[in-house]
Write a protein that binds this ligand. Sequence first.
Ligand code: MD3
Ligand code: FE
Length: 210
Amino acid sequence: MAAQDPLFPESAVIHGVTVRRAALTGTEQADLLGEIQDIARVSRPFSLMTGWGKPMSVKMTAAGRFCWFSDRRGYRYIEAHPETNAAFPPIPALALAVWSQFETRVPPDCCLINYYGEGARMGLHQDRDEADFGYPVVSISLGDPALFRIGGIERKDPTRSFWLESGDAMVLQGDNRLAFHGIDRIKFGGSGLLPKGGRLNLTLRRVAEA
Ligand code: MD3
Ligand code: FE
């Protein structure tokens, strides 16, 4: 492993969150993107409805057993694609390898895939539909930079922001596991990774009880 550069540390705690910059090399990012494109061809990304009755600007699909889902009946994890009823494809090996760098007790059973096109954002929310908050959520960013915001366990708590870039991994655990968080905006076209621009975020989770 290369020596730590204080201006670009390989692993840094930023505002209490562990971020591993360049967890994936350029080649690995391109390989993982190819795998996500294959998944998206069979498991088409869909737009979910927000609690306000408007569609989310982020499109979603998944790999692994579970996919997060929301409709007028509420939020839940589903095990079949809402349009085709097919099971979701397996989680790419490169994503599993990143998870293993942070969590070795259990494998993830959900790899949520979020696509951010121009102007897409994700409002402040908590991830609390999983069985055991003792397991982390691991995020992998691909493509355009995104301004990530994280607060505390109450919506009114103060928030902090920092940029996530292509190839960065982040682990949310402990006090951060139930923190409010969101994506304020992306720098559309700020990375050449996705041919038509935009950002992909993979979140690896353990949904079912181990
Ligand atoms: C902090 N995704 O899918 S990833 C989500 O970039 C989600 O697409 C964002 O929030 C994205 O639910 C942020 C980072 C992330 C994921 C899960 C968390 C941060 C988190 C769970 C708890 C606290
Ligand atoms: Fe989230």
